[in-house]
Ligand binder design. Structure first.
Ligand code: SF4
Ligand code: SF4
Length: 420
């Protein structure tokens, strides 16, 4: 077995500081479901002492959310995420990725399939909302219902202006940006992309397009489908070369984190240098807007709970910028909820592969949000939006979940920054 499998884990001194940050350990209280325990398992695999076909070993590694909450709290600087990805790849060689997971990943990767299935899914949203619940069918329907654009801005006067396609801008020129469209984001959250583009323009950015971009490959990489992820990365590296010089703006934290790691993903590939160059141009939308100000909008009288996506907070280390974006909306009252920094249990296709543990992890998040009583929850990743939205619907609580940039967009609409 390759010692490279455990690269980045060498500094682990088994201190256990990471245990209380690990959502799966907090639920199961099993050392093998903790970062420290999993590091021991990965080292055992790397040294050939453990067998990747061992189903008990695989179950502990499968139960890892890949949330990377264990990394920023580690005083030794352990780099856990890349080692987990390599290990998952090794495990897929010993036993295949489940059919249901592969099916979902194929829909994300194949733009032709998405073009047929996403419009159907959008049409099903109203029915999905009626049938949403806790059951095996009800929960995925709740996830679909949670992709619907929220009407929460209506009472604040923001929705009408914000729905206009092309804003007129009077701001200092700030540069050129191209939005990463992705798969689920483009199919089910195009309203967030539009909000991203409008707020960028309102802050002086010229927004350009690039054809042929697609799914970032994050779901595939996290599930161990290494070659599929690399192929998707190559497609995006070529596509974004056409918008050379433009900042690549991600409004999905998981996709942004993946693109920032393309250099590592395409290691040894003829496109490795281009992948590093693309990774260096990628920013989350909150980073871009916080870097340009952002200009303040009109007041929105809303109580907001911000739930940071793991792949923004832990994987990208972006914490202050979403706060700066929300601070640009006067009137927003921030409410804090316990465990905001903990994973919601979405984690790509985790809720499909590990529904029981995913729901347990989510349960803590929903309890904390219900106790905080916000008018709206803000989070910057489609998986988190769907997972938390479905959890709230299953709990019978009508709190919408939106992207932070939508709040800024509504505020700008209300301020009259967008033309007729
Ligand atoms: S990963 Fe870091 S925090 Fe966790 S046990 Fe190892 S050294 Fe300690
Ligand atoms: S990535 Fe998340 S779930 Fe996995 S070991 Fe680290 S903290 Fe625990």
């Amino acid at each position: 077995m390759s010692a490279g499998l455990a690269a980045g884990l060498e500094p682990c001194v088994h201190c256990g500081f990471c245990l209380q940050s690990c959502p799966t350990y907090l639920v199961t209280a099993d050392e093998a479901d903790s970062p420290r325990g999993r590091i021991v398992l990965i080292r055992g695999l790397a040294e050939g002492r453990l067998d990747p076909r061992d189903p008990v070993l695989a179950s502990h590694l499968d139960r890892c959310l890949g949330c990377r909450a264990c990394e920023p709290v580690c005083p030794s600087g352990v780099s856990y995420g890349p080692a987990l990805e390599r290990t998952r790849h090794l495990l897929t060689e010993a036993r295949p990725v489940p059919l249901s997971v592969r099916l979902v990943h194929s829909i994300m990767a194949e733009r032709g399939l998405g073009r047929v299935l996403f419009p159907l899914a959008r049409m099903m949203r109203p029915a999905a909302r009626l049938l949403a619940g806790r059951s095996r069918l009800g929960f995925p329907l709740g996830m679909l219902a949670a992709t619907r654009p929220s009407g929460v801005a209506r009472g604040n006067g923001g929705a009408q202006q914000a729905s206009r396609a092309e804003p007129a801008v009077a701001a200092t020129p700030a540069g050129t940006a191209v939005v990463l469209r992705g798969c689920v984001m483009d199919g089910l959250f195009s309203h967030v992309h539009r909000a991203t583009e409008r707020t960028l323009r309102a802050n002086g950015f010229t927004v350009v397009e690039t054809d042929a971009q697609g799914c970032c490959g994050a779901l595939h990489a996290h599930a161990g489908q290494h070659e599929e992820a690399r192929e998707l990365a190559r497609r995006n590296v070529r596509a974004f070369a056409a918008a050379d010089g433009a900042t690549v703006v991600a409004d999905a934290a998981g996709c942004g984190a993946m693109l920032k790691e393309y250099g590592r993903l395409l290691e040894g590939d003829p496109l490795e240098q281009e992948a590093h160059a693309l990774a260096a141009r990628v920013r989350d939308v909150t980073e871009v807007l916080a870097g340009s100000g952002p200009r303040r909008g009109a007041p929105l009288e809303l109580r907001v709970a911000y739930d940071p996506p793991c792949h923004l907070l832990h994987a990208q280390g972006v914490a202050a910028e979403p706060e700066a974006l929300l601070a640009a909306v006067p009137g927003l009252k921030r409410v804090r909820h316990a465990g905001a920094e903990l994973c919601c249990g979405s984690a790509g296709s985790y809720s499909l592969a590990q529904p029981a543990l995913s729901h347990e992890v989510l349960g803590h998040k929903i309890d904390a949000l219900v106790a905080a009583r916000p008018d709206v929850v803000a989070t910057g990743n489609p998986g988190c939006q769907m997972q938390i939205g479905a959890g709230l619907l299953a709990a019978g609580v009508k709190i919408p979940v939106v992207h932070p940039v939508e709040l800024l967009d509504w505020s700008y609409g209300k301020a009259g920054y967008y033309a007729e």
